[in-house]
Design a protein around this ligand. Structure first.
Ligand SMILES: CC(C)(COP(=O)(O)OP(=O)(O)OC[C@H]1O[C@@H](n2cnc3c(N)ncnc32)[C@H](O)[C@@H]1OP(=O)(O)O)[C@@H](O)C(=O)NCCC(=O)NCCS
Length: 166
């Protein structure tokens, strides 16, 4: 538990091919539909915004985001189990928001499982607003689950029209 408090604070750096194995392992924690390693490699080759939190050589969190035009899309983000609830998810998210701004995005969006209380709490606390539903978007052990689309305008930018009421 809470390994982050005992050891050096993780530093954020760009993901490398050599990190993919560790990143995919984190992605597999408790998910029935994890990304195959190949998908992370494709993200790197396509130049997506891919970051990890590195604690003395141990990858303990990662985030993947694509930026197209004025919209940034966070497609994957997770924290290694023993490092959760230490602020790392928030730090990674803040970093991605900063990157999105530097790449001139006006809005950041993402999908999150409707049942994922931890992630929804994190996103809400960071200014994301529910903006719609993608039905039967995620596979679960018991069938399909809806995704909640959440969006966040970046500072000084106007919010897009499609705000929902979830
Ligand atoms: C969601 C996740 C990234 C959060 O990362 P984390 O480092 O544990 O979260 P933080 O310590 O930065 O917490 C930030 C906020 O998230 C929310 N949160 C995090 N874990 C929570 C939990 N178990 N229950 C309820 N809220 C939680 C809280 O609002 C928290 O703020 P607080 O500490 O002031 O209450 C992490 O739980 C995780 O990797 N989950 C599995 C993968 C996943 O769900 N990814 C998101 C896919 S969209």
């Amino acid at each position: 538990m809470q390994e982050t408090r005992r050891a050096e604070r993780p530093r954020l750096r760009r993901m490398r091919e050599a990190d993919v194995r560790a990143v995919a392992r984190i992605d597999r924690q408790g998910r029935v539909d994890p990304w195959p390693r190949r998908r992370f490699r494709e993200c790197l080759r396509e130049g997506l915004c891919c970051w990890v939190a590195d604690q003395q050589g141990l990858v303990c969190a990662y985030g993947v985001m694509s930026v197209g035009g004025q919209v940034a899309h966070i497609t994957n983000l997770a924290v290694r189990r023993g490092h959760q609830r230490c602020g790392l998810g928030r730090r990674m998210l803040e970093h991605l928001l900063g990157e999105a701004g530097r790449q001139d995005a006006e809005t950041v969006m993402l999908e999150v499982r409707a049942s994922n209380r931890a992630a929804r709490g994190l996103y809400r606390s960071m200014g994301f607003i529910p903006a719609g539903i993608r039905e039967a978007y995620y596979l679960t052990g018991r069938g399909w689950e809806n995704a909640v689309i959440m969006v966040r305008p970046l500072a000084g930018r106007r919010f897009p029209e499609s705000q929902g009421t979830l």
